[in-house]
Ligand binder design. Structure first.
Ligand SMILES: *[C@@H]1O[C@H](CO)[C@@H](O)[C@H](O)[C@H]1NC(C)=O
Length: 153
């Protein structure tokens, strides 16, 4: 009988320790709520060259949507900048995809904001994801200095 008490006690302590470790950590909850409400800025700039120097005729259109928002179809002149904000949802599935059309030349669909890809990398510079539309593709920057062609077209 004495033997039984000795073996049961450590098992009980272990079970209690395991129960405590699965309780939610208040810090972890606070961090995820902070991320959940963080606002991100998505910027798109039309850096395309002009076709026959027709500066006043839009040659580029951008239409961006998420599951529950439609930003509309935007005609963008050369050098024009367009921006909107989004928050990352609880499940981190926030996605804005855009249809980009360079009239008579090219079109592509790209993800302007995808939480799983962007929530960390776009924290670098004022919570901004920056896109520059150029003749060979859609370039990304998270610091407004270095640009990479993430969607060649
Ligand atoms: C990026 O830099 C350009 C050129 O200096 C500036 O006009 C633009 O406002 C900057 N973009 C952001 C999002 O700060």
């Amino acid at each position: 009988m004495a033997n039984l008490k000795i073996t049961v006690f450590p098992t009980l302590v272990l079970a209690m320790a395991m129960a405590i470790s699965v309780l939610p950590d208040p810090w972890a909850v606070a961090v995820s709520e902070n991320t959940m409400f963080k606002n991100y800025h998505i910027h798109v700039v039309n850096d395309l060259p002009l076709f026959r120097s027709r500066a006043k005729v839009p040659q580029f259109y951008l239409r961006c949507k998420s599951g529950d928002r439609d930003i509309g179809d935007k005609a963008m002149l050369k050098g024009e900048h367009y921006t909107w904000d989004t928050k990352v949802n609880l499940f981190r599935t926030t996605l804005f995809f855009c249809n980009a059309r360079w009239v008579n030349y090219k079109r592509i669909t790209f993800d302007a904001f995808r939480a799983s890809r962007d929530e960390d990398r776009c924290e670098e510079y004022h919570n901004s994801c920056m896109w520059s539309v150029r003749s060979d593709g859609i370039y990304f920057s998270n610091n407004n200095v270095t640009w990479t062609n993430e969607y060649p077209w």
